[in-house]
Design a protein around this ligand. Structure first.
Ligand code: 7TS
Length: 404
């Protein structure tokens, strides 16, 4: 992997911020886009733009087939058995809401249990809590261990006869923990409970194979995997999706409408009401192609080395405490520093050209677990370098001196 060539593919990285070279370390929030993604979307607007699935004219047919090819490409990328198991959504958040609403409508009754973990992003917590409230069901929250890992024994004991669905994050956006989702799914399936995997923080850093994991649902956002905003993916097993009622009503999700009867469309269209973001779908395909052209295994290896280096270097800083020290982690480095508010550090780092995130990262239960108000979070992607980590460490040290 030639890092300098890769960096050239991302025009935004060439900038200076306050006269300093930009060091972008907020990749868990969103990633930057390579030229090929931007060009793929521009090209669609320049040459082919037309609403899909509607017209019989040339442009509409071309747009439609580009959109459906993107779906097939994504299905292959995550090794889905069927292309129609890929539902386009606005992002991970909408995918969770879709399943919580639609699966929940059909399968959750009063007194049933929904199991999530304490490390979920609010997007994989709030929709389940809302479902539990709608149905007078219970949301059970599996706590994590002090190092930010999950205990398989505790997970197994949290599953009861009343558990109807489990939703877990593959990688935590605060702790960086890689959860043993394959093993968790196996345990859940022994009790016949379906599992939803939130892959928002794993899809860009790990190989994800939905058939190997045997997950029942999986979701990710395009913008976190070098693709555009406004597009995401829900994967669901055909059988489950077939049995679920539609989430939203509108055009395309119906096969026929009369004044007194509606027949719903087949998968995947049953869940795609309204004009989809077909331009972003093409952008997402280009992003995945970009990763595949580099080679996912090379990306994983490069990020693994960079992450190990960053961890080692950050831990040399006096008064820095890493939040999340599980054995298996990727990309995300959250930490607190003695006597320094995360927002102050974030603001001052910004003035040195370094973009990190500070705050609760939409995972307030994680903050409550550790009794902290927030963390500073640096998250790496495939275009970051050891030199950038060195700059981060240098500036953390300098700012620490100034603030204390
Ligand atoms: N799940 C996880 C694990 C996430 O990290 C995020 C976004 C979401 C779901 C929601 O994704 P969306 O694309 O639908 O918004 N995480 C973050 C973050 O850590 N900082 O900004 C967004």
């Amino acid at each position: 992997m030639n890092i300098q060539n890769i960096r050239k593919d991302f025009p935004i990285l060439k900038q200076e911020i306050y006269g300093k070279p930009l060091i972008y370390l907020d990749n868990a929030a969103t990633t930057q886009k390579p030229v090929s993604v931007i060009e793929a979307m521009n090209d669609l607007y320049f040459r082919l733009n037309s609403n899909i699935h509607r017209g019989v004219h040339y442009l509409s047919e071309e747009s439609t087939s580009a959109h459906e090819n993107a779906r097939k490409y994504i299905a292959d990328f995550i090794h889905a058995k069927h292309t129609h198991e890929i539902i386009f959504t606005r992002g991970t958040t909408e995918a969770v809401n879709l399943v919580a609403f639609s699966f929940g409508e059909k399968n959750i009754q009063q007194g049933d249990e929904i199991l999530v973990t304490e490390m979920e992003h609010h997007s994989n917590f709030v929709p389940w809590k809302m479902l539990a409230e709608r149905k007078s069901a219970k949301l059970i929250v599996l706590p994590f261990e002090e190092d930010g890992s999950l205990s398989l024994e505790k997970f197994q004991s949290a599953i009861t006869e009343k558990t109807k669905i489990i939703s877990i994050t593959h990688v935590s956006n605060v702790l960086g923990t890689i959860n043993p989702v394959k093993e968790m799914i196996r345990i859940a399936h022994e009790a016949d409970v379906p599992v939803f995997v939130d892959a928002a923080q794993s899809i860009q850093h790990l190989s994800v194979d939905v058939q190997d994991l045997d997950c029942d649902f999986l979701a990710f956002s395009g913008h976190k995997i070098y693709g555009p905003t406004g597009i995401g993916v829900l994967y669901g097993k055909e059988k489950l999706l077939d049995e679920m009622p539609p989430y939203q009503g509108g055009g395309e999700m119906i096969s026929s409408v009369s004044l007194d009867k509606i027949t719903y469309n087949e998968l995947p269209f049953k869940f795609e009401a309204g004009t989809p973001n077909y331009v972003a779908a093409i952008g997402l395909q280009a992003a995945i192609k970009y990763l595949e052209d580099i080679g996912m295994q090379d990306v994983i290896k490069y990020e693994h080395d960079l992450f190990a280096y960053a961890t080692e270097q950050l831990l040399q800083i006096e008064g820095l405490k890493m939040i999340g020290t599980a054995k298996k982690k990727t990309s995300v480095l959250s930490f607190v520093m003695d006597g320094i508010h995360p927002y102050d550090m974030g603001t001052m780092l910004d003035k040195t050209g370094i973009a990190v995130r500070s705050g609760t990262h939409c995972a307030e239960p994680v903050m409550q677990h550790y009794g902290i108000s927030g963390t500073i979070r640096a998250s790496v992607a495939l275009y970051n370098t050891k030199a950038e980590i060195d700059k981060l460490v240098e500036n953390l040290n300098k700012i620490q001196m100034i603030l204390s």
